[in-house]
Design a protein around this ligand. Sequence first.
Ligand SMILES: *Cc1c(COP(=O)(O)O)cnc(C)c1O
Length: 422
Amino acid sequence: MKKTAFLNLQQAKTIAAQIPTPFHIYDEAGIRRNARALKAAFAWNKGFREYFAVKATPNPYILKLLNEEGCGCDCSSYTELLLAEAVGCVGKDIMFSSNVTPEKDMRKAWELGAYINLDDATHVEFLEKITDGKVPETVCLRYNPGGSFSLGNTIMDMPRDAKYGMTEDQMAGAINRLMSLGTKHFGIHAFLASNTTTNEYYPELASQLFRLAVRLRNATGCHIAFINLSGGVGVDYRPEQPSADIAIIGEGVRQRYEEILKPAGMDDISIFTELGRFMLAPYGHLVTTVLHQKHIYREYVGVDACAADLMRPAMYGAYHHITVLGKENAILDHVYDVTGGLCENNDKFAIERSLPAIDIGDILVIHDTGAHGHSMGYNYNGKLRSAEVLLHEDGSFKLIRRAETPADYFATFDCTEFKFGD
Ligand SMILES: *Cc1c(COP(=O)(O)O)cnc(C)c1O
């Protein structure tokens, strides 16, 4: 589908006059519309809830907004738990899906009364120790089926190579042990493929987890309260890619639920999701200004953002669509590498991309940066993380995180031996 920016040149200029580029901007209207579509797609399931994967966009204003749409928080670290707590999430508003979990993190999750998702069977003992035997009434267990995960003839991922989760036998053992300690209800979780735009991923995952739930109930007699389908529903980063249709996905999961859980008398199970990318990626843009152009063996456009603002192209060779604001309908008769200023040749937002003629001072929108964008930012080369802006439904905007300053960069040199300028 043709990709259009949710921001036009005039709006970008108005914002940039107050908040210099580069900045990430999020589209409140789009985020709310999408969250409602997800809720509608799973409205057939009474207990349905989305726990937004905080790591995708760890900004309290975004979490709050999603909260208002009924979403909880999926956290994986102590700091993410603090963020969730700060926006008023407590107890079952929080899913704690961590791995290689420090004691401090686990204790915090327990104190908050979060749903705790154990990554390994040995974590039962770990949890027992931390809680002094007072394990939660409901505990979630993360499953790893091993082998490969396929949809039709396509291998999507290799669970056997993944560090996450536990085997079915280990799950049964963990359930028995937890029941003996007083746990009454169980959740099952698995994350088997990432950024899938096919509508078949969730239904196939659901069918595997539903069958597993029946087997575990039969083997242990436990009560399974929820199935957590986790993240993995993707977005169409490329204009020619199909996009996931959440209504079709929700219906696919419903059919598997009817087929597998209902006949087993397990139709009190709630469906949970932990989507990050699907909730936010399309509703974020990285807005950046062209600083320089150079003409050597290729044509280069140098912008004021760099991989420290958006790591995905450098890290995964990921495609992010680019719109030149004010030139939305111009013909794409130039070929450019669009680069940031890191001393790393992989700091390229686009390689040999067809774009309209670009001038210094043009403002570019890099699309689909709302998830795993700012959050993966870093400070290499002394680059400072950019600001984050929320574009409200009425067109007004709010700075929801200021850009870092050199003082932020130096703040962790907690000493008097050196003096930093600026
Ligand atoms: C990263 C992650 C998610 C979110 O993944 P998306 O691909 O952004 O939907 C959900 N759950 C867990 C445990 C994760 O690690």
